[in-house]
Design a protein around this ligand. Sequence first.
Ligand code: SF4
Length: 380
Amino acid sequence: MLSRANGYNSCMLHPQDHSAFADTLLDWFEHNSRPLPWRVDYHPYHVWISEIMLQQTQMERGVDYFQRWTEQLPDIASVAAASEDTVLKLWEGLGYYSRVRNLHKAARLIMERHGGVFPEDLAAIRDLPGIGEYTAGAIASIAFGQDVVCVDANVERVIARMYDIDTPVKQNMPFIRSTAQALLPSGRAREFNQAMMELGALVCSKKAHCASCPVQQWCEANHLGIVHERPVPVPRKPIQHLDVATGVLVHEGRIFIQKRPEHGVWAGFWEFPGGCVEAGEAPHETVIREYMEEMEFPVVSEGKIAVINHGYTTYRVSLHCYFLRLADADPTPVLHAATEYRWVRFEELDNYTLPAGHRKLADHLATDMRLTALLQEPRR
Ligand code: SF4
């Protein structure tokens, strides 16, 4: 018979079974863990980069980016010495760009404060930009073997099911953390923390594979037949739709791009200028207005390119794209919303980090014959 104490259901996993649970899980991990590149030597630099990259990123994609990153930037010193453009380019497509900006800042701080050696002390790790409680615990345990838990969404899901938590996990974090700590066998944090996360990723995933679960015998939700009801979901944030217009300005065989300011959305990225479509405005009018406001460029539309749909965080964006030409011959902008500008050849766009929608636009342009005609157009 179930009873409730302190808001949680009683559980099949009693303290006297913790050791058997850990042994079973560790044995499963030894035989089932994925061969990931940072698991070769557990070097703190590699663990750190992998942990930051894997936030909000699928494993397969994360591995590709990790390999590309570490080939070009093999250690902390090389990250600290790299330009912002270089680190942004290596991160392009991963999203959540505050992660790479903080990583860049942290590398420079490690050079200054710790002589280029990743700190071992938990408080010093926690003190670095972009490192929260989870990431600090992951680095302390996985890189340095400290008896510290790290609770990610996988661990939350496993514990919510094992202990049949009947309210959303975010309301139960003290219980989940203390439970993870109680289950952790001293001296085995590196393997145990990874085993819990790996179990959540491979077996106790959103659609649970209970038949192949090594710890099924201790799982309350499985015992009750309510795995599909755990974890209890939280209401999703509403999706917002945005209409944005942008223009590809072509002049004497080159395309205009500008660099966004250091703060705000897509900070430090290069872009085709544009902005949000205002009430009562048609998208082509938006582009003409934005070019005048941002660069004092009088421009004329040369036709619509496409509407490109993309999403970021809780936004769904319709990006209305136009070809443009200058209405007079002076190609020198007065920058009001950017820090730099370039007139680039189409092939050179690959060297610049663009926001996701603009990268899609650049890919689209590669197959648009109208661009070829505009680039070859003689001077007017
Ligand atoms: S038995 Fe099923 S629900 Fe329980 S921990 Fe294993 S996979 Fe998850």
